[in-house]
Ligand binder design. Structure first.
Ligand SMILES: Nc1ncnc2c1ncn2[C@@H]1O[C@H](COP(=O)(O)OS(=O)(=O)O)[C@@H](OP(=O)(O)O)[C@H]1O
Ligand SMILES: [Mg+2]
Ligand SMILES: [Mg+2]
Ligand SMILES: [Mg+2]
Length: 352
């Protein structure tokens, strides 16, 4: 029987839950000058920074020896021009860390009333995400807000955390504050957390950690399938997906959604396939953008690979290396999508 990673799961759910409460409260108060543009032109907000500070602080207390591969770093907050942003981030992170202890939480994780951290401690916590990754040992990945553009639009985003051991994802947690608990029952409200532990299944629970429900990807036919895909056309090729879709005889329009909420929806039976093909050369996918989603799909009975059918390699460093895209689906659909991807590629080549 595989390890249960019971403490890791408990800590990870608590960290994601606290970060989700923070990001949803930030959204309502976000002002224009609280968003920066990073070197790669992508946005980062006070929500991203403070959520990474919170998750990293909790991990540091619970598992002091574990390195972290996190998306954000504090360089822009350590300079004079970052002072206002920094103060806001410190306040937000401390609010999230010092909230009353909930069931299953432990004050030894650096949380609960009276556990304020200094600015220096919180900036260092953000920078602890600087690990370079690799194929050996334990490491955590943090994407404090995945789909920052979706977050800014008030649409889908996800707080994502995973534990990788010797290049294998063992625990994945994805918090989706804006996702309906049940798309067919709007009265159930929104906000869910997806959790998977290798060998122990996938589940969805409410943001408060209540109502854990096991997840299993159902079977799909071409007439029930629709692709889950990125909102941002720059992040994955919509036109290639259209081509694959028509080769498979899919009639439904794609479901466009930001962030790893796509993996969560797929795991609970929506869409039937997630296809993410590169739009050009040069961009390398980041491990924090796929590690929690990959284990969630595998534990819900599905398969995740690149477009050649090879498993994603989480042991190469902070990225997945050369970009061959991502295909995620239940076993049967996965095979069919891979075949159609090869066909679409061949057609594109013969036209070139
Ligand atoms: N060129 C390119 N190609 C592929 N992926 C890219 C690219 N540029 C950025 N990113 C990463 O996309 C992450 C969000 O993408 P999603 O598909 O999840 O959402 S979206 O619909 O595109 O917004 C996004 O994650 P966040 O930065 O956490 O939002 C990026 O890591
Ligand atoms: Mg991301
Ligand atoms: Mg992010
Ligand atoms: Mg980003």
């Amino acid at each position: 029987m595989s390890l249960t990673f019971a403490t890791e799961k408990q800590v990870a759910v608590a960290a994601v839950r606290r970060a989700c409460l923070l990001t949803s409260s930030v959204f309502n108060k976000l002002v224009k000058n609280e968003t920066l543009t990073k070197g790669d032109k992508s946005p980062v907000t006070v929500g991203d920074y403070s959520a990474q500070a919170v998750i990293s602080t909790i991990l540091q207390h619970a598992f002091p020896a574990d390195p972290i591969v996190g998306e954000e770093d504090a360089a822009d907050l350590r300079v004079d021009s970052g002072a206002n942003l920094r103060d806001r981030i410190i306040t937000l992170a401390n609010e999230a860390l010092t909230g009353e202890l909930e069931l299953g939480e432990n004050s030894e994780w650096g949380i609960g009333p009276g556990q304020e951290k200094t600015a220096a401690e919180l900036l260092d916590a953000i920078d602890r995400g600087n690990h370079s990754g690799g194929s050996t040992g334990r490491m955590w990945t943090i994407d404090p807000i995945d789909g920052t553009k979706g977050f800014l639009r008030g649409e889908q985003y996800a707080v994502c955390l995973s534990l990788i051991v010797n290049a294998q994802v063992q625990v994945g947690v994805i918090g989706c504050p804006n996702l309906p608990v049940n798309p067919e029952k709007p009265e159930f409200g929104q906000g869910c957390i997806f959790v998977a532990v290798r060998g122990h299944g996938a589940e969805q629970m409410s943001l408060s950690g209540a109502h854990p429900t096991p997840l299993r990807i159902p079977a799909f036919t071409s007439s029930t399938l629709s692709f889950l895909e990125s909102v941002e056309a720059a992040h994955s090729s919509h036109s290639f997906n259209d081509q694959v879709s028509s080769l498979l005889g899919i009639t439904h329009s794609p479901i466009r959604m930001d962030s790893q909420a796509k993996y969560g929806c797929l795991a609970r039976g929506e869409g039937g396939a997630y296809l993410r093909m590169p739009t050009g050369v040069g961009y390398q996918e980041k491990i924090w953008d796929h590690a929690p989603g990959a284990i969630l799909i595998e534990e819900a009975g599905g398969v995740v690979s690149d477009s050649r059918g090879d498993p994603l390699n989480f042991g190469l460093g902070r990225t997945l290396g050369e970009n061959y895209g991502v295909v995620a689906a239940g076993k049967d659909v996965h095979r069919r999508v891979l075949d159609a991807v090869q066909k679409a590629r061949a057609e594109a080549k013969s036209k070139a």
